[in-house]
Design a protein around this ligand. Structure first.
Ligand SMILES: NC(=O)c1ccc[n+]([C@@H]2O[C@H](COP(=O)([O-])OP(=O)(O)OC[C@H]3O[C@@H](n4cnc5c(N)ncnc54)[C@H](O)[C@@H]3O)[C@@H](O)[C@H]2O)c1
Length: 320
């Protein structure tokens, strides 16, 4: 396959790019390096340092036909999006629209879009693809707006919309991974606390969950990359326009995860409690029955140690 990946210098896009390269496919990456890193980009890919909305550059650089486009490029910080609402809507929605129109005009037939569980907002039970959407912050709103725009192309473009839950861990060969500076994710903050013996701040212990801390569904990066790989193959063979939740369907609270970090890394992370952050979601767990018809995850039980250990090894590698 010949694939075009936007955001391929970022955490998830690069992991997916490496998977395609490892399996002998041709990969072209578009990234403006706003948050992505050159070190993540596979050497065997073709890299175009460009914004997804820069049509002149895209026209000049993209000569081939691509079997599938995988669109990861986005700004992804939920909290930051509250302060930078316009920037998030412009980048994630308006620029994605420009890019999709360009793809359509240039004969792209298969498209995979990285959406997010943030489109659902808060719920106290697991959500399925038809559950009500109610994004709380501009980040989730920008994702939902683009989903709706993409749906207008269903007679011309085959697409899948993948709503990721919390993506964590690093691929086995440690060739690419998450950015550690400015990264406010739970796993990144826990790695930092574990390594630097810093207090770990729990934001909110009064959510409507068993232990009062927020609950999330974590999915290992390599499993998520496999999901992309199998959908890319499916799209080239059959007509499909659909949305899929990407999570394991199992929730862990922040306190559970801290306990597991201490256990697997043999640490004693000190915890302090802070107030909830604005628009933080208390409970976010996938109903993944629909995805499981296409893709079954193996050995989920063993994944938590892999997700924690690989994150910590990567954090140490990048930090030192
Ligand atoms: N990380 C998660 O847990 C998670 C969860 C749900 C959804 N997602 C979605 O997955 C996708 C990838 O996320 P990630 O964690 O790899 O983020 P990331 O920040 O590591 O990667 C995003 C990449 O897109 C690039 N980019 C951003 N705007 C661009 C533009 N206008 N033109 C060209 N390049 C641009 C950045 O430079 C970066 O390399 C995003 O669409 C995000 O919304 C991620």
């Amino acid at each position: 396959m010949r694939v075009l990946i936007t955001g391929g210098a970022g955490y998830i896009g690069s992991s997916v790019a490496w998977m395609f390269i490892d399996r002998g496919h041709e990969v072209t990456i578009i990234d403006n390096l706003k948050t992505g890193k050159k070190r993540n980009i596979p050497v065997k890919s073709k890299f175009i340092n460009c914004d997804i909305s820069n049509l002149n550059m895209l026209k000049k650089s993209l000569k081939e036909n691509y079997d599938v486009v995988l669109h990861f490029a986005a700004l992804i910080n939920n909290q930051e999006s509250i302060k930078k609402k316009k920037e998030y809507l412009d980048n994630n929605y308006k620029k994605s629209k420009i890019f999709l129109k360009f793809c359509n005009e240039n004969g792209i037939k298969n498209f995979i879009f990285s959406s997010s569980a943030a489109v659902y907002g808060s719920s106290n039970k697991s959500v399925h693809e038809k559950s009500k959407t109610n994004p709380l912050a501009p980040y989730g709103k920008s994702k939902l707006k683009f989903e709706k725009y993409l749906e207008k192309f269903k007679s011309e473009i085959n697409y899948v919309i993948l709503r990721y839950f919390n993506v964590v861990g690093v691929e086995k060969k440690m060739r690419c991974g998450f950015e550690i500076k400015k990264n406010k994710s739970l796993f990144n903050n826990l790695c930092s606390s574990a390594l630097n013996k810093k207090n770990f701040k729990i934001f909110g212990n009064d959510f409507n969950t068993k232990d009062g801390t927020a609950v999330r569904d974590f999915i290992y990066i390599s499993d998520l990359s496999e999901v992309h790989y199998s959908f890319a193959k499916i799209l080239t063979k059959k007509s499909i326009n659909s949305v899929f939740n990407c999570g394991y369907g199992k929730g862990y609270s922040v306190k559970n995860i801290i306990f597991k970090f201490n256990h697997y890394l043999n640490k004693k992370i000190k915890v302090v409690y802070n107030e909830r952050r604005k628009n933080d979601i208390g409970y976010s767990v996938a109903d993944n029955k629909k995805l499981k018809k296409y893709h079954d995850f193996k050995n989920i039980k063993s994944k938590l140690s892999l997700m924690i250990n690989s994150s910590y090894r990567w954090y140490k590698k990048i930090n030192t």
